[in-house]
Design a protein around this ligand. Structure first.
Ligand code: SF4
Ligand code: SF4
Ligand code: SF4
Length: 350
């Protein structure tokens, strides 16, 4: 559970500084444009009762470019911008191992003309932010860019800032994972943060991985349309079947995600419901602990019906063990001045 030491109640304007300058494909920003509960347009246009006025600064959605776009970021770094929510999209490269260059940057230093790295922006902005929100699995836990053998040593925001980090209002990092994030999951979380900034909502409830509890408290399996087939031990042999996909590689029984219940856009879709195996894209252990994606997961055929009802508690406890395993990040995602991802340069001079 999160705790808040101070809340700026009565705030009537909030800025959202949203950077996707980490190791990112901008897929979470694109995904969020499909939200409807509420839509980003309704939040920005002031159509949601009780919300403060919102100023959104996201390079993909902005009209401003260049210095005009960067201005609020510099103001916030100087402490001259009103309350702001800092949204980070994309994994955080390890600039301690960048050799003679840098991995990612956003804007230039007005005095020197040198690029300002994402890491510098995080150092400047995160402690001043009312709330810090990591959107997508890259920003939350490292994601695809942080898999074994990567050369950048990139990591999730919590690996970079540390588990003890607290924002200016005393909040831990709020994590909304997914690759990409489910659009309404993010907008619900953002809306909560905005109501909290306005003094109209209690502290957001978060689990041990920093995820909103009401969004990530259940497994894919618990919301899947195919669960009855699983319990009958009736498994699909190919993707043209409505039956359970566990033997095709579905990790749903041990993955925290509400997408089968919620769908993707306006309730439509939802990975296993529509024929796609769950590859665990919301999880701290993604992708390494779920590969190769198309193989049957460990214990995949242990449905309670196949083994008999007395084995139910045993199966639940085995699932619990696996769930805990995939809720952990690989150990090479860290902020130390060494690269431990196993990257082996294939050319000389590095
Ligand atoms: Fe792109 Fe997925 Fe990373 Fe989001 S989490 S930036 S969608 S790769
Ligand atoms: Fe569970 Fe996946 Fe089978 Fe759905 S398809 S019942 S999530 S194992
Ligand atoms: Fe990702 Fe699985 Fe959720 Fe689909 S169901 S969004 S693959 S975690």
């Amino acid at each position: 559970m999160s705790t808040v030491t101070s809340t700026p109640s009565g705030v009537d304007e909030v800025h959202i500084l949203w950077t996707s300058e980490g190791m990112s494909c901008d897929g979470d920003t694109v995904s969020v444009t499909a939200a409807s509960l509420p839509s980003i347009e309704d939040v920005v246009m002031g159509a949601i009762p009780g919300l403060p006025k919102v100023h959104l600064h996201n390079k993909v959605l902005a009209y401003e470019t260049g210095d005009d776009f960067m201005q609020p970021y510099h103001q916030a770094a100087r402490g001259e911008l009103g309350p702001f929510v800092f949204v980070v999209e994309g994994s955080i490269p390890n600039e301690r191992i960048n050799g003679d260059g840098y991995w990612t940057s956003m804007g230039n230093d007005p005095d020197t003309g040198e690029p300002i790295t994402l890491n510098t922006w995080i150092d400047r902005l995160a402690p001043k932010a009312f709330a810090v929100v990591a959107v997508g699995t890259c920003a939350t836990y490292g994601g695809i860019h942080a898999m074994a053998g990567n050369p950048t040593g990139c990591m999730g925001l919590v690996d970079y800032l540390g588990k003890d980090f607290r924002s200016a209002s005393g909040l831990p990092i709020v994590n909304v994972p997914g690759c990409p994030v489910q659009p309404d999951n993010f907008m619900e979380t953002l809306t909560w943060m905005l109501y909290q900034a306005a003094g109209m909502a209690p502290p957001i409830p978060l689990d041990e991985q920093g995820r909103p509890t009401w969004l990530f408290g259940k497994t894919v399996h618990e919301g899947c349309d195919r669960a009855a087939y699983y319990e009958q031990g009736d498994f699909a042999k190919d993707y043209n079947s409505p039956k359970c996909l566990v033997k095709a590689g579905c990790w749903g029984p041990v993955v925290n995600c509400n997408v089968p219940k919620r769908g993707w856009m306006d309730g439509l879709g939802g990975c296993p419901n529509v024929g796609g195996i769950c590859i665990g894209c919301t999880m701290p252990g993604f992708p390494d602990m779920f590969m190769p994606f198309m193989d049957e997961p460990p214990g995949g055929s242990f449905s309670s019906a196949v083994l008999g009802s007395t084995y139910g508690p045993l199966i639940r406890s085995l699932r619990g063990i696996t769930n805990r395993t995939v809720n952990r990040e690989p150990k090479w995602r860290h902020n130390r001045a060494e690269l431990t991802s196993g990257f082996a340069p294939r050319w000389s001079g590095r």
